[in-house]
Ligand binder design. Sequence first.
Ligand SMILES: *Cc1c(COP(=O)(O)O)cnc(C)c1O
Length: 361
Amino acid sequence: MGRVYNFSAGPAVLPEEVLKEAADEMLDYKGTGMSVMEMSHRSKAYEEIIKTAEQDLRDLMNIPDNYKVLFLQGGASQQFAMIPMNLMKNKVADYIITGQWAKKAYQEAQIYGKANAIASSADKTFSYIPDCSDLPISEDADYVYICENNTIYGTKFKTLPNTKGKTLVADVSSCFLSEPVDVTKYGVIYGGVQKNVGPAGVVIVIIREDLITEDTLPGTPTMLKYKVHADNGSLYNTPPAYGIYICGKVFKWLKKMGGLEVMKQRNEEKAKILYDFLDESKMFKGTVRKEDRSLMNVPFVTGDEELDAKFVKEAKAAGFENLKGHRTVGGMRASIYNAMPKEGVEALVEFMKKFEAENTK
Ligand SMILES: *Cc1c(COP(=O)(O)O)cnc(C)c1O
């Protein structure tokens, strides 16, 4: 069997070119006689890999010199704790709740200090982004937290919240490198890479230098201090070495594709194909308010659970994998990350049209 069109929300599709290159280098990485998996993270060859990966990410995102790039472990979920442990100097932070991941981060922060939910879209099953132009930001808030792209619900902040001068912290796991970003607007940008960048096991944290201090909450483990990782160039202990190597290859691929401006155009084009169809279809409906639609995760329903299940089953048989919606939402979700080709989205829409015709009386 050949490769399928994989619409998984994560771990998710990676560029075929990257996978082939990794396969070619599997047994002998550039004449070292070993796989990257087998080499010391202190070796010359690996040093080159991690340094190049960081530089390419800096180039892609135009990351200013006063920001550190950290390659860490523990997934995005580990950051739910690491952020308050390192940033809560006043033990106060404001959270905008736009879905399950934001909610989990908010709940975790409550362990360490006073986390305030200053806005939420829970009233309409997180199908929109609340107006964040004039929120009741706490005077002593150490930061304002958002989940910028909501993987499960398919919403995205098109405008960043007005934090009234407070540090903005953003989980960008599912929109990482999908479009250009103005890094200077954030104190911390972080994401697990298994959605849009690489294999599970790596989380990338881009953090403004002045936020990296010795002054962490009492009891913060060494491994959860940003300063420890920053001072050691992400090599305090053994990093997720192979995963970082694959991320580096994806960065090279993105550069070759033309960078994030080009990715944005491609992603807009792909998303439009699917959203336009959802808007005209009599059977399939998008579940998100139009102006808040994500370019990466597209949830949709037929309004009939049995029909949804039939669709997912038949789609799978036709080579469209992982279209079942998140277990808490139901329906369908097509994740169309950077590495999903336009042809994949076009083929999906053709399949949906056919399904609609066959299942309409
Ligand atoms: C998947 C996801 C997470 C959780 O990532 P883990 O690496 O499994 O901890 C957090 N935030 C967002 C936005 C996600 O999509």
